[in-house]
Design a protein around this ligand. Structure first.
Ligand code: ATP
Ligand code: MG
Length: 452
């Protein structure tokens, strides 16, 4: 009964909502304006000075209340995109279905959105939002956001937090609550399901029962989303610092299969892939320590077991190791619908890392010298270390390369002798054969070249 009533209030036609928000003073929330970035403060102040309403909104307010450093700052205003663009010389209007303004201040970019309101412009037969460029009031804007904790506004000039939808209460209860009717909100935009999982894992929140329940039944809608948007969301998920927890939760909510090939690849049988687990834990640790991560490297780890399996198939058919590897890589990439799903700037690195793996097997002659000089040696070696840790290749071999990389000339010679004594690369007579091979190198794709 009460829920029905609440729902009716939420679904009042736009323009009729007139709830008075809770306005929390500094003493209650503790966020000083100097917690904002220079750019965020500047953008809000300039808009307010020009007579517009402007607030920091969304994830940044949520994170500040949780005493987490926000990744970026978004600003909401009643100025139209054109008016915003007019106020800031270094700005541009982007997006078509959802127009926003990017304002550049120093090295920072602030995303400025105009309050959304009224009816959604355009929905498809399934209720999917196709365009949303109707502007409204601050209150209406709050209702258009996804979760109550993401619908908080912060006004730096008054140092107040403005809360229309019990966001602060839910934040303290550490709960993600979808605004409005969850099922309908997922139909409008299926990516909200992935956002629920990502934010819950990242913040250590629980997804409210009513918000969680419809996810399973709506998971299939994600299939129709543009691959590029799904890839972006996947990337956010994998770089949230809680990737492993996110993937476990996706599996639990029935969001893992048949949505995105990349996700399928990562979602092998539970617990079966030690390598993947290590890779994700390593990435999570680096992100939490604020260290940079390479997306190409991450993707290389996610898809590696598929590559290994495909390569084995070709080896079984009598193919030689390198051609088998190249064919396997091509198969795996095609299955990812690469053109759309994995941007080229990442797939190049991914391929290089894979292609260099066989070179860790030859430790005699000039090859190790050339290999450690390779610009990609570090990335390939980090990858090889993971394989060693996962028990896929001998630990001793990984140690050998680590030692070789940092050794001086005499030590390197000794290491090569050691490799020979371990039975690798025969001594004198083979030297000729090696030389012959390296003469031919120019005409053949080598392990260190990019695949032709
Ligand atoms: P993060 O910490 O990952 O940046 P965020 O909540 O800030 O999380 P953004 O993608 O930066 O996520 O979005 C900023 C704000 O825009 C959100 O807090 C939310 O209010 C709103 N928002 C983003 N995506 C959606 C969506 N799909 N539907 C409704 N509102 C959304
Ligand atoms: Mg954000």
């Amino acid at each position: 009964m009460i829920r029905k009533l609440i729902r009716r209030v939420f679904e009042l036609p736009a323009g009729k909502r007139r709830a008075r928000p809770k306005v929390l003073p500094l003493a209650q929330h503790g966020i000083h304006r100097d917690r904002l970035s220079h750019a965020a403060l500047k953008v809000v102040t300039r808009l307010q000075e020009a007579g517009f309403e402007a607030y920091v909104v969304g994830g940044a307010v949520r994170d500040l209340l949780l005493d987490v450093d926000p990744k970026d700052f978004d600003v909401a205003t009643n100025a139209t995109p054109e008016e915003v663009h007019h106020l800031f010389r270094r700005s541009r209007i982007i997006g078509r279905r959802f127009r926003i303004v990017h304002v550049m201040v120093g090295p920072e970019t602030i995303e400025v959105t105009t309050f959304r309101g009224g009816e959604v412009d355009d929905t498809s037969a399934t209720g999917r939002i196709m365009a949303d460029n109707t502007y409204g009031s601050q209150e209406e804007d709050a209702h258009r956001r996804d979760f109550t904790v993401n619908a908080l506004f912060y006004d730096p000039s008054a140092e107040t937090v403005i809360d229309y939808l019990h966001g602060v209460r839910d934040l303290h209860a550490r709960k993600l609550v979808m605004i409005g009717q969850p099922a309908r909100r997922y139909q409008e935009d299926p990516v909200r399901m992935l956002r629920a999982v990502r934010l819950a894992a990242k913040l250590g929140f629980e997804i409210d029962e009513h918000t969680r329940k419809p996810i399973r039944a709506h998971a299939h809608l994600l299939k129709n989303e543009p691959p590029a948007r799904l890839f972006d969301e996947m990337l956010k998920l994998l770089t949230s610092g809680k990737a492993y927890a996110c993937l476990a939760m996706l599996r639990q909510e029935g969001l893992s299969r048949g949505i995105l090939p990349l996700l399928d690849a990562v979602m092998g049988e539970e617990g079966s892939d030690r390598f993947l687990q290590l890779a994700l834990e390593r990435t999570d640790a680096r992100i939490r320590q604020d260290k940079p991560i390479s997306v190409g490297f991450l993707l290389a780890t996610l898809l590696w077991h598929q590559v290994v399996q495909a390569q084995q198939k070709y080896l079984d058919q009598g193919e030689k190791p390198m051609p088998a590897l190249f064919q396997a890589m091509a198969d795996v990439e095609n299955a990812q619908d690469n053109e759309f799903a994995i941007p080229r700037r990442f797939s190049v690195t991914m391929r290089e890392i894979w292609t260099l793996q066989p070179r860790f097997e030859s430790r005699v002659g000039q090859r190790p010298y050339r290999f450690v000089e390779q610009p990609r040696f570090r990335a390939a070696y980090d990858f090889f270390l993971l394989r060693a840790e996962a028990g896929e290749v001998p630990q001793a071999l990984a140690h050998w390369w680590g030692a070789f990389e940092t050794a001086d000339e005499a030590e390197r010679e000794a290491l090569i002798e050691q490799a020979k004594s371990e039975g690798e690369g025969p001594a004198a007579p083979a030297r000729k054969r090696r030389r012959r091979r390296s003469n031919n190198r120019k005409n053949r794709p080598e392990a260190d070249g990019t695949p032709s």
